[in-house]
Design a protein around this ligand. Structure first.
Ligand code: CP
Length: 349
């Protein structure tokens, strides 16, 4: 055999596994997958420590540090709780919204981020209608970036506060998070899964702690391919069956702003997927009812359920402040790469 033949028969070398360059800055939280299970545990523990700390001590942790909130989409809960969380730690915050800034004049996300950095922002909290926007901003600025919701993609702090809500009720006194923490727990996520970044982040997080996630909704809002989303995730189209299996049920709003021509018969939808008091009493009398908000009373959930004893909706909102304190502290105190480091040629920018 000549050397050429031997080379031709040699098995090709196995390519190395893909290595993500993200996040560039170890303070960033772009995806809930940026956190190891240990990291998730640290956020939960730190949220409680910060919540219980005296306001004076807490307020010195990030005294005079500068954080920009860059919001290209409307928000009540996320924006307010990030602002309250940062201020509780002593940080100075500034809000830049797409409607009252030079974004309206056409300034790009990259240039807006670089401008905020030049103005002294040490971290940016971003909400944006485009999936992946937080990654682009981080690559452009190298600042710690916290993803406060990017399009239909992810909303990591919402998943963390949802987890805190579940743990407080189902595993009170929990000391350590591991892959069995939510063993035996079934969380049904119901409604507009297709457009929901909250669903996506919860689907990435909850199965890692041992939970089973049931996705429930019509094909228009929950295509069959969602079954390939990962282990621990299943589709159950029948709402009553999903309810009977649920330790917790997470209702989702139909995101009318992202339907883009998709026609839905809303009366039919309500008949099949609206959470009513009667359905809850019959099929899931002990289940926790979650909703990331905003809720549309009379559409995906009745007023009676939203205000009822099983509703965790306002508790979720409260957990948002504690979780975001921990995430903001992590962003600004993490030993990330230097914020002023310029992107190198070939980096995504
Ligand atoms: N849950 C959530 O993201 O709510 P907001 O859009 O009000 O921030």
């Amino acid at each position: 055999m000549n050397p050429a033949q031997s080379t031709a028969r040699r098995k090709p070398a196995t390519p190395p596994p893909p290595v993500s360059v993200f996040p560039f800055n170890s303070g960033s939280l772009l995806s809930v997958s940026d956190l190891t299970l240990e990291g998730v545990g640290r956020v939960l523990t730190r949220a409680t420590e910060l919540e219980q700390m005296s306001p004076l001590r807490r307020g010195s942790i990030l005294a005079k540090r500068r954080l920009a909130l860059l919001f290209y989409e409307s928000s009540t809960r996320t924006r307010t709780s990030f602002e309250l969380a940062a201020k509780a730690l002593g940080a100075d915050t500034t809000l830049v919204s797409s409607l009252s800034s030079s974004i309206e004049k056409g300034e790009s996300l990259k240039d807006t981020g670089l401008t905020l950095r030049a103005l002294g922002a040490e971290g940016i909290i971003l909400r944006h209608p485009s999936s992946g926007a937080a990654w682009l901003l981080e690559a452009s600025t190298r600042l710690p970036v916290i993803n406060a919701g990017d399009g239909m993609h992810e909303h990591p702090t919402q998943a963390l506060l949802d987890l805190r809500t579940l743990v407080m009720h189902l595993r009170p006194g929990l000391r350590e998070v591991n892959d069995q923490t939510l063993a035996g727990v079934t969380v049904s996520i119901v409604g507009d899964v297709l457009h929901s970044r909250v669903a996506r982040s919860n689907m990435l997080l909850l199965p890692r702690l041992g939970a089973r996630v049931l996705l429930c909704g019509p094909k228009e809002l929950l295509p069959d391919m969602a079954t390939s989303s990962g282990p621990g995730i299943e589709i159950e189209r029948d709402f009553e069956t999903a309810l009977r299996a649920s330790t917790a049920v997470m209702m989702l709003r139909i995101q009318a702003e992202r339907l883009a021509g998709l026609k839905l018969d809303l009366n039919d939808y309500k008949g099949k997927y609206q959470l009513t008091g009667q359905l809850l009493a019959t099929h899931a009398p002990k289940a926790l009812v979650l909703h990331p908000g905003p809720i549309i009373r009379g559409m995906e959930i009745t007023a009676g359920v939203a205000d009822g004893p099983q509703s965790m909706i306002l508790e979720q909102v409260m957990h948002g402040v504690a979780i975001r304190m921990a995430v903001v502290e992590r962003a600004l105190t993490s030993a990330g790469r230097p914020a002023a480091q310029e992107p190198k040629k070939g980096d995504l920018a």
